[in-house]
Each structure stands twice: as structure tokens, then as C-alpha cells.
Design a protein around this ligand. Structure first.
Ligand code: AMP
Ligand code: TRP
Length: 347
């Protein structure tokens, strides 16, 4: 289903992506991000996956909770198939290149670019003057996450597209200003039927860990009964399912459930339509609930097993950080050099 990754530039293919430890993960994170991260690793490409704790603190985080959630995201990565031996899995704050390059790139990026980010507008709300400076600058740090490794491809969900475009603009402006081709222009990888999983209560809104209604989402920590109940109660319309993909147009709630089914089953949408043509939701919803429980149950169980051994998780993150640091440190040193900073310290 996913298109083979092509490297447009003369840089080795390298994949980087990150998830914020700012709440429990949802089915949207799993289908839009985690599941695809594991697939990329299985394609034999170099993959780096990060728990972006420096991003999380752009809004207030209780320290004890941040620690717990960082481990939980690490556990979710592993339970979803990211293998810490084949991928580099770590938390952002343990690799100083992120913060260093983040500063340098915030001097390349323009303030106006930041104000245009829809996520900043959404998150800062009516009182933008009172948002943290970090929340505004965050896309420059995200660009640094990607460019610290001279990453060529970034798998993300649809909501991150604007930030990746900004990272491309920042890379291009750096290359232009310093007359170099040092940074690749990173490509977003937004593919498959679930790049935007929608709320179970409103098919026009993104499924989000910050939605006040727990019924709007499936959490990776939900048990089988909760998953089945949420799917049974999911909003739908009164019509039976159509027999073609086109027939779903204008039916956002129905479309969302069918997309989720296709993504969980690894089936093309058209195949799912064939299978359920003319079915009532009374038939489709139990089938979807069974599938979701079958796919998510083992992930939740593995997460719980891992979470019982926090020291083991911390050790994995530490080893990943060592490996990430070995790649990023020389890259950032070259950036300092390109920008004209003296590097004479003996180490
Ligand atoms: P976040 O939870 O905002 O740190 O997002 C982590 C990753 O999950 C990013 O790649 C997002 O694009 C992706 N993601 C978050 N919510 C959804 C959703 N509802 N559907 C698809 N992908 C999502
Ligand atoms: N901003 C992303 C989100 O909120 C997380 C993220 C941080 C990220 N740095 C990244 C994603 C670098 C891809 C690449 O979901």
C-alpha cells in the first residue's frame, strides 16, 4: 500500500519521526504514526524514533507525569513493533543536538512563519500573548529534530504536514543564506487510509488525545470492553454502507469507521467496501470492534508488560540516545562551522 521510499537528493535515505509525551496515545497515533514507523523499519531503512519531551514542555507538564508519559510513549513504540535494536529509539532531551540546532535554526526561521502555523493558533487560543515562547518557536525545534540527522523522509499524520513544509523552508533558507547544500530538503511521508483518523463523536474533527470527551477516541490503554463499547456508540448515519468508495462522500462518520477498518485490516478501502456493501451499522460495528480488539489487545498487553519495568525502558532510551548522539553531534558541529563559529576546544 505504502509507496516505496525514494531519495530525491544525494543523501542516504534516513527516516526520523517523533511523538510528544503529552497524554495517552490514541488509535489515531497508532494508525497514523506508530504502525507505519514499524513498517518503515521493516523495509530495511535506517530509522530514528524519538519521544519528544522538549516539545511536550511547550505547555505545562507535571514533572512526575512527564517521566511516566515518556516511558509510556517508549513502551507504545516498542509494543507497536519498533525494535530498539533495528531502530534508534530515544528521548529527545538526552541528545543535546536537538536544543543546539533548535537555537541555530530559530535564527534562520522568521517569526511570521511561526504565527502562520495552524497548530500554534489552535493551541494558543484566544490568549496567544500568554502562550510560552517555546510554543511559538516549536516548529524550529521540530526542523532541528529532523535536520540534526540530515533526515530525508519524515512519516507523520496529516496534521503535521504544515510543520514539515516549514522544516523544508528552513532547510532551504539555511542552504541559501550560507551558500551550501548541507541540508537535504526532507520529504513528508503521509500515506495509507489512516493519515487522519477522525473523532468517533464527530467525523469532521480529528481524533485527539486532548479531546475532552473520552468517548471520541480509542486509547491504546483501553481494554476490550471499552473499545467495543466506544465503537458501538460511535456516531453514524441511518444509511447502510454503500458498495463503492465514492459512495462514502458526504458521510464523514461512516467514512471514518470504514477507513479505520481498512487500516487495521491492512486492506485497500475498495476491498472493505466490497465486503460490507449494503451492510447496516448493526453488522459493521461489531465486525470493526472485533478487529480493533484483535489488533490492539496484544499491543496493550505488551505495553503493560513493559511499563512494569521502567528501568528497562530507561536503559533502552539511554542506549538509543548514545547512538543518536553519535550521528547528530558531528552534523551540528559542521553547522556551527558553516555559520562561522570557532570550534577550538580540545575534547
Ligand atoms: P502527537 O500525538 O501530536 O505527538 O502526534 C504524533 C503522531 O501521530 C504525528 O505523526 C501525528 O500526525 C499522528 N497523529 C495524531 N493524531 C492523529 C490522527 N487522529 N490520525 C492520524 N494521525 C495522527
Ligand atoms: N510535532 C510533532 C507532533 O506534535 C512531533 C514531532 C516533533 C515530530 N518533532 C518531530 C514529528 C520531527 C516528526 C519529525 O506530532
Amino acid at each position: 500500500m505504502a509507496e516505496p521510499v525514494q531519495t530525491p537528493q544525494a543523501f542516504p535515505t534516513r527516516i526520523f519521526s517523533g511523538i510528544q509525551p503529552s497524554g495517552s496515545l490514541t488509535l489515531g497515533n497508532y494508525l497514523g504514526a506508530l504502525k507505519r514507523f514499524a513498517q518503515k523499519q521493516d523495509e530495511g531503512i535506517e530509522t530514528l524514533y524519538c519521544v519528544v519531551d522538549l516539545h511536550a514542555v511547550t505547555v505545562w507538564q507535571d514533572p512526575a507525569r512527564l517521566r511516566q508519559q515518556t516511558r509510556e510513549i517508549a513502551a507504545s513504540y516498542i509494543a507497536s513493533g519498533v525494535d530498539p535494536k533495528r531502530s534508534i529509539l530515544y528521548n529527545q532531551s538526552q541528545v543535546t543536538a536537538h536544543a543546539e540546532l533548535g537555537w541555530l535554526l530559530s535564527c534562520v526561521a522568521r517569526i511570521g512563519w511561526m504565527y502562520r502555523m495552524t497548530q500554534f493558533k489552535d493551541k494558543s487560543g484566544a490568549n496567544a500573548e500568554n502562550a510560552s515562547l517555546g510554543l511559538l518557536a516549536y516548529p524550529a525545534l521540530m526542523a532541528a529534530d529532523i535536520l540534526s540527522f540530515r533526515t530525508t523522509h519524515v512519516p507523520v499524520g496529516e496534521d503535521q504536514k504544515q510543520h514539515i513544509e516549514l522544516a523544508r523552508d528552513i532547510a532551504a533558507k539555511f542552504n541559501h543564506d550560507y551558500k551550501t547544500d548541507f541540508f537535504p530538503i526532507p520529504e513528508p511521508l503521509i500515506e495509507g487510509p489512516a493519515t487522519r483518523v477522525m473523532s468517533l463523536r464527530d467525523g469532521t474533527k480529528k481524533m485527539s488525545k486532548s479531546d475532552p470527551s473520552d468517548a471520541s477516541r480509542i486509547n491504546l490503554t483501553d481494554d476490550a470492553d471499552t473499545i467495543a463499547k466506544k465503537i458501538r456508540k460511535a456516531k453514524t448515519d441511518a444509511e447502510p454502507l454503500p458498495d463503492t468508495v465514492e459512495g462514502l462522500e458526504g458521510r464523514p462518520d461512516a467514512k471514518n469507521l470504514v477507513n479505520i477498518y481498512a487500516a487495521l485490516a491492512d486492506l485497500p478501502l475498495a476491498k472493505v467496501m466490497e465486503e460490507f456493501a449494503g451492510a447496516q451499522f448493526g453488522t459493521f460495528k461489531p465486525a470493526l470492534a472485533d478487529l480493533a480488539v484483535a489488533k490492539l489487545g496484544p499491543i496493550t498487553a505488551e505495553m503493560n508488560r513493559l511499563m512494569a519495568e521502567p528501568d528497562e525502558i530507561d536503559a533502552i532510551l539511554g542506549r538509543g540516545a548514545e547512538r543518536a548522539d553519535a550521528i547528530a553531534r558531528p552534523i551540528v558541529a559542521q553547522v556551527y562551522d558553516i555559520m562561522g563559529m570557532i570550534r577550538s576546544r580540545q575534547v
